[in-house]
Design a protein around this ligand. Sequence first.
Ligand code: F6P
Length: 502
Amino acid sequence: MSRLIIVSNRIPGKSPAAGGLAVALKKTLSTRDGFWFGWSGSFSEKPEKKARFETIDGLRIGQIDLTRADHAAYYAGFSNSILWPAFHLRLDLTDIQSHWYEGYRGVNAQFADALVEEIEPGDIIWVHDYHLIPLATELRRRNIRNRIGFYLHIPFPTPDALNAIPHHEDLLKDLVAYDLVGFQAHRDLVAFNEFIAHEQIVAETGGKPFVVDPGDTVLDVFPIGSDPEAFARLGKSAAAQKMYNRVARGLNGRALVLGVDRLDYSKGLPQRISAYEKLLENNASLRRTVHMIQIAPPSRDTIKEYQVISDELDSAVGRVIGKFSEPDWLPLTYVKRAYGQASLAGLYRLARVGLVTPLRDGMNLVAHEYVGAQDPEDPGVLVLSRFAGAAEIFHDALIINPFDTDETAEAMRQALVMPLEERKQRWRNLMDAAQEHNVDNWAESYLDALAHGHAASSPGDDDTPGTRPHATTHGAAGKPGTPRTSIASRMPFFPWLRSVFS
Ligand code: F6P
């Protein structure tokens, strides 16, 4: 089996942690030869060009330091003040300072310089997320001919949002320098196709289109998952039980409504608190019978917009506490700090309602983990935003529009009064979906497609609507000489676009 090189901005085992990504990929890498490469988490005014290696948690990790200035331009600047808000359709929150682009490309070039020294023929390179879109271009410039794949963990933007990003033409060319580009949801592939369609219309109406030639690049959907069985075990572990008991004592029989999110404006937290406020306002009988816990560890707090959302949330929480609290009952607890996975699993298991209501999100692994941690005999109900990638697979959640706080409040009410039998049935279906889309199937199907140059499944490849076959069901895929599928053959919604690429 070829060696696997995983590349991401953050690396596992360093603080702050690489989050869901680390959990997802640690297992994959632990079963193969290879290493994980990324930023060390440290600054240096004269970073070594060459990667230094260490073993963390049994994984071989290569890392480089960055200068503070480069990191600021690449991470807080171009990645998180331009790409992140634009990809999440928050153009109002972008801070467009074009000079950050130089730092962004510069860090990608530094990653490439360090990596070329380590890459061997036959290695498969898997690059993760929006921080590293130009990496394949940089590696190709350094004569790396290995197969290189990219996976986008956040949503792909609409044409207008993409057009608002400085140098977006370069970024699109960078994407098609990869052999495989993976998205979280069909929505994202549709958005990519829509950009191409939009440029076609520009051409037809006499404008100057931007033509991106995908060549042999395959673009496809690979929804990421978690390890639901592991989460189920974790939910019953001693550490989880400890948290469960501690919080259950405080609840004293009240139903727990739970949200767990990084403190980010894409997560819809003020809207969620407003919806909870409406729940209490419209259903006086529910007051004193429920308690909401919102866990939201701060992140990216050097960026102004993150300070603004933090203040906004503080004020929304204060408003609801002031409005409904009684001397012996608080409607809401807001915890601004991170917890370990076991503690979270205990909380998920205790929660009658799991709130995953982002305004826009790649997948949202909290949804998967909440499902995994439930007690099959007394499961909670998932209230899920239609704008999370998870909504494409979790059809038995209560699906809401997070901008509509009345609808979200009503879904919370329904979840709180839902009969046990319905909760069990819905949870069984959610757990089946979480198991089908688990992290192992995700990684296996992506790596199989990357190694052999084929698309994953098309809607309709499988008899079962809404499911996709795993890598092993691709039949001829992987046989030497199998023709590679280009984007043109993955355009179920824009078949006429095939002509553009043919
Ligand atoms: O959701 C995208 C993502 O990059 C995840 O991969 C990661 O866990 C999360 O955002 C955290 O972001 P940051 O690395 O900026 O703290």
